[in-house]
Each structure stands twice: as structure tokens, then as C-alpha cells.
Design a protein around this ligand. Structure first.
Ligand SMILES: [Zn+2]
Length: 87
């Protein structure tokens, strides 16, 4: 694994993203952050965390897998979500 990483260097952006996810998952494990429900349809599973800003690992929007894909494809926008938590 260490060798693999040496030969497949991550870009700065990838590294930031992956650090951010790791950080969040530690918080979830410790019970500091609770998984939410999809901000578009309120589904609770399968749920994924969406980060708008990777420098703020705990600022997440919860999105189900289906809506996540649509979000990534640009078919829907976070601003259109009905159940977005006010921040
Ligand atoms: Zn959804």
C-alpha cells in the first residue's frame, strides 16, 4: 500500500478531499457527527456526505446515492434541495 501510494501520487486536490473524508468519518465514529437524511428526498440509506468546501470537513450536506449522482452530473443543485439544514 505504501509502495502503491508512492507510485500513484495524489494531486493536492485529491489529497485534500481524502483528508477531509477521513476527518469526517472519525467524527462520525466517535459520535460527534450524526449521519443525516438526504436533503432532496429525506432518504436515510444509502447516504453519502457531500462537501461544498473541503477545507471545512464538518460542514456537510447529506445526500442519498441517487441524488449524489445527479448532483455530480450537474442535473440538480444544492440550492434546489428542499430539506437543506439551515446554516
Ligand atoms: Zn435523495
Amino acid at each position: 500500500m505504501r509502495r502503491w501510494r508512492q507510485e500513484h501520487k495524489q494531486t493536492e486536490a485529491q489529497r485534500k478531499k481524502s483528508n477531509c473524508r477521513t476527518y469526517l468519518h472519525i467524527y462520525i465514529k466517535r459520535g460527534k457527527v450524526a449521519k443525516g437524511s438526504c436533503i432532496f428526498c429525506q432518504a436515510t440509506s444509502p447516504i453519502e456526505a457531500h462537501h461544498e468546501d473541503y477545507s471545512m470537513p464538518l460542514a456537510v450536506e447529506w445526500v442519498c446515492r441517487g441524488h449524489r449522482v445527479m448532483l455530480d452530473m450537474g442535473l440538480i443543485r444544492l440550492e434546489d434541495a428542499q430539506f437543506r439544514t439551515a446554516r
